[in-house]
Design a protein around this ligand. Structure first.
Ligand code: ATP
Length: 436
C-alpha cells in the first residue's frame, strides 16, 4: 500500500515538508528511513497528527545532525540509545521531532529498562507496544510512501482492536497497560482476548514500577481530552489495586473529575488552567477525593513521588475545608481572611471539592476577581505615622479594617478613617507611643 497522498492530506503543510526533507536527506546518506508510530496510525485513521517519529536503519544521530545542519534548530542526542530529539526553528515546525536508530530491545527482568542493540526496522517495530503502533511508512527515494505493516496493524485498525505483539509484552513493560487504556478510551477500541489475558497475567509486575513511572503514565492519561473512561478501564482491569500506590476510583472521585472540568471555564479555573497543567489539576482533585477530609490524599501523593508544591496544594485545600466546616460567618471579610494568599490553583481545587461548604464555594469567584484586590486606605506606614508602636497589633488592626471595608461598612474614606481611630483605641491604645 502506498500512503503518499494520505500523508500529504493528513499531515500539516509544515509536517509534510519535514517528512519530505528527512526522506531526501536520508536518501543522500543511502539509508532507509521511516515515519513510525502514532503518526502512521493517525494517518490511517484519517486523523490529524503532529507527532513525528523517524526510524532509520542507519544512525539516528547522524541523520538528525544532517537534518539540523540543513534546516537549522537544535539537537539533543542520547548516544546510549542512538536517538536524537530535534527542536526545529520555530517558524518551521512547533513540535520536537524524534530520530531513532532502528533497534531491538531485551528486558533483563520485568519492568526494568531494556538493553538495546541496533537492528532492522522489522525488529524495531516488534519492540513496540501494539500492532496499531507498529507500522512504518518508508520515506527515502524511490520508496516514499510505502507502508510496512508486518504485524497487521491495519487489520486491527479496521476491527477496532488493540493487540500486543507477543505474550511477554506487558511483563517487559507494564506501563503498556496504561497505554492500552489510553488508546482504547481515545479511539473507542477493545483489547483482543489474548491481550486481555496477558494483561491479567502480568498485573503483579505493576508492583515493580517506580513511583515516577506510574505518575508519568497517569499524567499522560489525565492530559487526554476525556480521561474518565480510560480510568474506568484501568479499574475494570484491576490495575489500581496492583500498583505500589493506594489509588482508588470511586463514584466520589469520578464526579469530582467532572466537576473540576466544569469549574475550568470560570475564574479562578481559567487562571489556574494557565498556571498549572490540566493533568496536574485532575490528579490533585482525584487524590483529594481518596477519602473525604483525611490526609490519605497527601499519602497517595507521597507514594506517587509528587512534588512538594503539589502536596502543599492538597494540604492547604484540606486545611481550609476543615476550617470552613466550622464557620457560620461567610461574610466577605471573613472569607477574604480565610482565603488570603491562596493561588488560583488552590482556589479551583477548593471550588471543585465535594466537601467545601456551599456558602464558601459561591464566594470563591468573587473573592478571586474582586475581594482579594481590595486594600484599605491605611497601611503600616499610616499606623506608624499615627504613632502606634510596630508589632503584631498592626496586622490585627488592618485585618479588622479590611474586613469591615469588605463587609460594606464604610460609605466614604472619612468613615474608614474614623473606624481606624476607633480600632486603634479598642485594640491597641497601650501601643500608642504617646500612651507611655
Ligand atoms: P500519542 O498519540 O498518544 O502521542 P504515540 O503513538 O505517538 O501516541 P508516543 O508515546 O509518542 O505515542 O510513542 C511513539 C511510539 O513509540 C508509539 O506509537 C509506540 O510505537 C512506541 N512506544 C511508546 N511507548 C512505548 C512503550 N512503552 N512500549 C512500546 N512501544 C512504545
Amino acid at each position: 500500500m502506498n500512503l503518499e497522498d494520505k500523508i500529504q492530506f493528513y499531515l500539516s503543510e509544515e509536517a509534510y515538508a519535514i517528512v519530505q526533507s528527512v526522506g531526501k536527506l536520508s536518501s543522500n546518506l543511502d539509508k532507509p528511513v521511516y515515519l513510525v508510530g502514532g503518526a502512521v496510525r493517525d494517518i490511517l485513521l484519517g486523523r490529524q497528527s503532529v507527532d513525528l517519529d523517524f526510524v532509520t536503519e542507519g544512525s539516528g544521530i547522524k541523520l538528525a545532525e544532517t537534518v539540523c545542519q540543513e534546516l537549522g534548530g537544535e539537537l539533543t542526542t542520547h548516544d546510549r540509545f542512538g536517538t536524537a530529539v530535534w527542536t526545529p526553528p520555530a517558524d518551521l515546525f512547533s513540535e520536537t521531532v524524534d530520530f531513532i536508530t532502528a533497534r531491538t530491545e531485551i528486558y533483563p527482568s520485568p519492568a526494568s529498562l531494556p538493553q538495546v542493540t541496533p537492528s532492522s526496522i522489522q525488529d524495531d517495530l516488534f519492540r513496540r507496544d501494539f500492532a496499531i503502533n507498529a507500522m512504518a511508512v518508508r520515506l527515502d527515494q524511490p520508496h516514499f510512501g510505502q507502508l510496512l505493516d508486518p504485524y497487521k496493524g491495519t487489520l486491527d485498525l479496521d476491527q477496532k482492536k488493540i493487540q500486543i505483539l507477543h505474550d511477554q509484552s506487558f511483563d517487559d513493560d507494564p506501563t503498556r497497560m496504561f497505554r492500552a487504556a489510553r488508546y482504547a478510551g481515545r479511539l473507542g477500541f477493545e483489547l483482543t482476548q489474548a491481550t486481555r489475558s496477558a494483561l491479567q497475567q502480568s498485573r503483579p509486575n505493576l508492583a515493580h514500577l517506580s513511583a515516577d513511572r506510574v505518575r508519568h503514565e497517569l499524567e499522560k492519561l489525565l492530559g487526554e481530552r476525556f480521561p474518565t473512561p480510560m480510568l474506568e478501564l484501568l479499574q475494570q482491569w484491576q490495575v489500581f489495586e496492583s500498583l505500589p500506590a493506594n489509588l482508588t476510583l470511586t463514584d466520589l472521585q469520578r464526579i469530582a473529575l467532572t466537576r473540576l472540568d466544569g469549574c475550568l471555564s470560570i475564574d479562578p479555573g481559567r487562571t489556574a488552567a494557565q498556571n498549572s497543567s490540566i493533568e496536574e489539576l485532575r490528579l490533585a482533585i482525584w487524590l483529594l477525593h481518596t477519602q473525604l477530609l483525611d490526609t490519605s490524599a497527601v499519602d497517595v501523593a507521597d507514594e506517587l513521588n509528587c512534588t512538594a508544591d503539589f502536596k502543599r496544594d492538597l494540604e492547604r485545600v484540606l486545611n481550609v475545608i476543615q476550617q470552613g466546616l466550622k464557620m457560620d460567618d461567610f461574610r466577605p471579610g471573613t472569607v477574604e481572611k480565610l482565603l488570603r494568599g491562596f493561588t488560583a490553583t488552590q482556589l479551583l481545587l477548593l471550588q471543585a471539592h465535594q466537601a467545601t461548604p456551599a456558602a464558601l464555594k459561591v464566594q470563591i469567584p468573587t473573592y478571586f476577581n474582586t475581594w482579594r484586590l481590595i486594600k484599605t486606605t491605611a497601611d503600616g506606614n499610616t499606623l506608624r505615622q499615627i504613632g502606634v508602636r510596630p508589632g503584631p497589633i498592626y496586622q490585627k488592626i488592618l485585618d479588622q479594617l479590611l474586613a469591615d471595608k469588605l463587609n460594606g461598612e464604610f460609605e466614604s474614606d472619612a468613615a474608614e478613617s474614623e473606624r481606624l481611630t476607633q480600632l486603634i483605641d479598642q485594640l491597641g491604645p497601650q501601643n500608642k507611643k504617646d500612651a507611655s
